[in-house]
Each structure stands twice: as C-alpha cells, then as structure tokens.
Design a protein around this ligand. Structure first.
Ligand code: ADP
Length: 486
C-alpha cells in the first residue's frame, strides 16, 4: 500500500505544454478513480479549451525545427524512451493497474508492448525512403520525397493507457511530427508518466504536449476545426470516431481511426480443441475482455460445441478475480459503473432470449466493478451482444454446421477489425481467412497485436494502420518534385 501511494504521489498531475508542467488555466481538476474500489486515487488538471489551444500552439511552433532534426536523433529519442520504460516497468505497471484495474502481470505486459512501439519506430525513423524515376517519355525526372504531415492531434482510450499512446507517438516522433495527445479521463496517469519519460529522453519542448480533460469534445473540437493541426489519430469507439471524422472534414485533416470491433472466433470441427480453448481464453480474457480485438461472437461447430463449452467454462470458471495488485489475480475489475452495467444488461438479454449460463453470469456483492468470467452457450443470433462490443469477460457460444453459413454470419456486422479461425485444414484456413471481412485474422492463434505488424480494421472499424512498416506512412506526406533535364 505504501508503494501504491508512492507511485501515485510521484506522477505529475498537471498538463504538459511546451516542455513545462502547468496547472489548468482555471485551476480545475478532475478525479481519477481506482476501479477495484471505486475510491479516488488522486486529481489531475482538467484542461480548458484555452489550454488545448496553448498546447497546439506549442506543437505548431515546434514543428519546423523538429522536422529538421536528423532521423538518427529522433531514433535515439525513441530508443532512450524505450530503455526508460523498461527501467521503470515496476512503478509504471503498478500505476496502470491502479488507474485501469488490469492485473499487474498484464500491466507489465502492456508496458513491454508499449515500449516495443518505440523500438520498432526507432528503426523506421532511419529508413524513410524516397524515389528517383525517369518519366516514361524521357527527359523529365521524378523525385519522390517523404515529409512529416505536420502537427498531430492524438486521442487515446482507457483500455491500453500506455500502448495506445506509444503506438501513435512512436511513428509521429519517428516521422518528425509534433503532437498534442489527450488520454481518456479514466486513465490519465500512465500518459502523464510517459510525457516525463519522453522529456527525459531528450524530446524537445513543444514536440509532445499532453492535455488531460474531462470534456474531451469541448477541448478537442476547436483544435480539430482550427486547421492548425494537419492530422488526427484516434483510437476509441466507432460512435466518437464518426463524429471526429466529420469534424476533420472541415479542414480536410489526414485521419487515422482505430475503432470498435465485433470479432468472430470460429472453431471448426477439425480444430485442435485444446489449442482453440487456449486461443479463446487469450482472445476473450486479455484485459478482462476490454479490448477492441476481444472475441465477441464465438461460433463453434455443432459437433464439438458441448466439449468446447465444457473445457472453456472449466478454465474460465477457475480464473481468479480480484484487485489487480493482488498476487495471482488473473481478472481485474471493469473500468467503471457504466462498463459493468452494460455487461450485466447484455448477459440478461442473452439469457432472456434463450442462452444457457455455463459459468459465471452473476455479480458478487462488494466494492469495485467486478464481473466474473462467464460462458454462455446457445446464444441466439438476435441477442444484443451479437451486434455490439461486450467489453467484458463474457464468452457467447453459438453453434454452426456449415462453412459458408458461418462466414456469412461472421461478416454480418458493420465492424471489420479482426477475426479468429481455428482449423487444421490448410485450404479451409486460407479460404475462410480470405473471405472474412476484417483487417486482421488470427489463424489458430488468439492474439494478433504486434508492433511490427499492420494493425487496423476495415468497414466501420477504422481507417489506416498502426505498427508494421506502414505505420509511419500515416504520419508522412509524399512530395513529388519534377525536373526536366536538358
Ligand atoms: P470508450 O467508449 O472506450 O470510452 P470513447 O470513444 O468514448 O471510447 O473514448 C475514446 C477517447 O475519445 C477518450 O480519450 C475520450 O475522452 C475521447 N472522446 C470521447 N468523446 C470525444 C469527442 N466528442 N471528441 C473528442 N474526443 C472524444
């Protein structure tokens, strides 16, 4: 408990603007809550629209000089930050668990994952290339150069408080873009800690700026509409993504969106069932199910449904639920009362429509927003949870008998982020992977996130990709220079 108080005490709780820590201009603050108790952890500065403008002014002022830094200098900043994240992993993981709830082991995993984006983009920074081409008719030459897009607005969600920040800041810094980042109000502390690390790693004043705010729209909309920023990168709900895309239209901002998912997880009759159960637990239970990549609809071939359900329920039912800081806990609380309420009502709806509870399904008394690992079977296609992100530890099983039928069911959603397929038949695996309308497919694996791979969705799950070698493209413009030789 002493450690807990200390890490919360040690983190900055002010805005980070132009290399300085400053209070909100009206002195306002909002509370950060520990979701495992519902109690207040601390208060952080609540930015006003004027603070937002000051942050963007700083990013705009720093842009030209930062664009002129050497790629190697920018790579070194990212490498320095990568090392500091590893040096401080214990404090950072504890801080994340306190504000977000995930078990300490998962918080450590996220810091490692987050740091990996910096290592990956340190490599990309020095490999930004261009082109030189002779025009088809001869004479003229085409030179193709890549330049930073310019000042960026970055908005991140609460479920991966650190990694969703580094996934945007890594390529932005590598490309030579300055930015204003706004973390979710539920989890500002990890991002504030990250600002301190970037500062220590030598990122110049004004290059990264952080505004924490309760009224996200009130602070960010004027910045988007100002035309001073050249790009928006957002990770969050499809609902908010649509609003932001509309706001970006006014000044035609470059836009990257990582939005919601409704991942199908398909288990064919020839799959290795143990592997499929392990994959389902990874795809469902990582982050308590609070991930846009979470398996949201689990389709199991009717001939193996009972056996799969029995094994999954046994393993999920045996998971230890509790405060993320407690040794051995595997499942922490959900983020807040609203998140818990949504999961409860989706489960009640599925049961009303005929689903059977194999394990979990009811909330214990007590503080904190805990929901037990739950497996439902016979979930009908018209259950509300088939259409929206559950964002909780609930695995809904639905039987199928035919490949074409299950592919059609899997694609029957506005979302298209990720899907998972378990089968030992190579041809079927590739046929189904090609037919699924998602930006990513996990083949016999329940996790797809990797900083070196292009992460992103199609349909209403988003625009653009983060990570991989294309991740930096989102922060670069292409300039063509034509010259005619005599
Ligand atoms: P979630 O449902 O996971 O909280 P949101 O899409 O509501 O997802 O939030 C993701 C991020 O977007 C958070 O940082 C949140 O503060 C921010 N946000 C929410 N509404 C707006 C808005 N109207 N304009 C800008 N940012 C917003």
């Amino acid at each position: 408990e002493q450690d807990e108080a200390k890490v919360v005490d040690n983190v900055e709780k002010r805005l980070f603007i132009d290399g300085q820590w400053v209070e909100a201009s009206d002195g306002g603050t909002f509370d950060v809550v520990d979701p495992s108790t519902g109690g207040k952890l601390c208060a952080v500065a609540d930015a006003t629209p004027a603070d937002g403008r000051a942050a963007l002014d700083a990013a705009v002022a720093a842009q030209a000089a930062f664009a002129a830094t050497s790629p190697r200098a920018r790579a070194d900043m990212l490498t320095g930050a990568f090392e500091l994240l590893h040096e401080r992993i214990d404090e950072l993981a504890l801080l994340m668990t306190l504000e977000m709830g995930k078990p300490l082991a998962e918080a450590r995993g996220e810091i490692t994952y987050a740091a990996e984006f910096f290592r990956h983009f340190a490599g990309e920074a020095v490999r930004i290339d261009g082109g030189y081409q002779t025009a088809p008719a001869g004479g003229a030459r085409f030179l193709v150069a890549r330049q930073p897009v310019g000042p960026c607005l970055l908005i991140t969600p609460w479920n991966f408080p650190m990694a969703m920040g580094t996934r945007k800041l890594g390529p932005a810094i590598a490309a030579g873009c300055t930015s204003v980042i706004k973390p979710a109000h539920q989890t500002p502390l990890s991002m504030l800690a990250l600002m301190g690390i970037l500062d220590e790693a030598g990122v110049p004043a004004g290059v990264v700026n952080c505004v924490t705010a309760m009224d996200a729209g009130g602070v960010m909309e004027p910045l988007i509409r100002s035309g001073q920023a050249r790009k928006l990168s957002f990770t969050g709900s499809t609902k908010v993504g649509r609003i932001l895309l509309e706001q970006c239209a006014e000044k035609v901002l470059r836009t990257s969106l990582e939005l919601g998912g409704n991942a199908p997880f398909i288990v064919f009759e020839d799959a290795d069932l143990d592997e499929a159960v392990t994959g389902a637990i990874a795809a469902k239970m990582r982050n308590m199910g609070e991930a846009c990549t979470a398996a949201n609809r689990i389709y199991v071939h009717a001939s193996v449904l009972d056996e799969f359900g029995r094994r999954l329920a046994e393993r999920m039912g045996a998971m230890t639920v509790g405060r993320g800081t407690t040794e051995g806990v595997q499942v922490g609380p959900l983020i807040d009362e609203a998140g818990l309420g949504k999961v409860r009502s989706l489960v009640a709806d599925a049961v009303d429509r005929g689903a059977t509870v194999l394990t979990g399904g009811s909330v214990a008394e007590g503080n904190g927003y805990f929901y037990p690992p739950t497996v439902l079977t016979g979930v009908p296609r018209d259950a509300r949870m088939a259409d929206q992100e559950i964002f909780g530890p609930v695995a809904p099983l639905t039987p199928f008998t035919d490949e074409a039928e299950v592919v059609a069911a899997a694609n029957d959603t506005e979302y298209g982020l990720v899907s998972y397929v378990f089968t030992n038949d190579l041809r079927r695996a590739l046929r189904v992977a090609e037919a699924l309308e998602t930006g990513m497919v996990g083949l016999n694996q329940g996790v797809v996130s990797n900083p070196a791979a292009p992460f992103g969705g199609i349909k209403q799950s988003g625009l653009g990709r983060e990570g991989g070698s294309v991740g930096i493209d989102e922060f670069l413009e292409t300039k063509y220079i034509g010259i005619t030789l005599q």
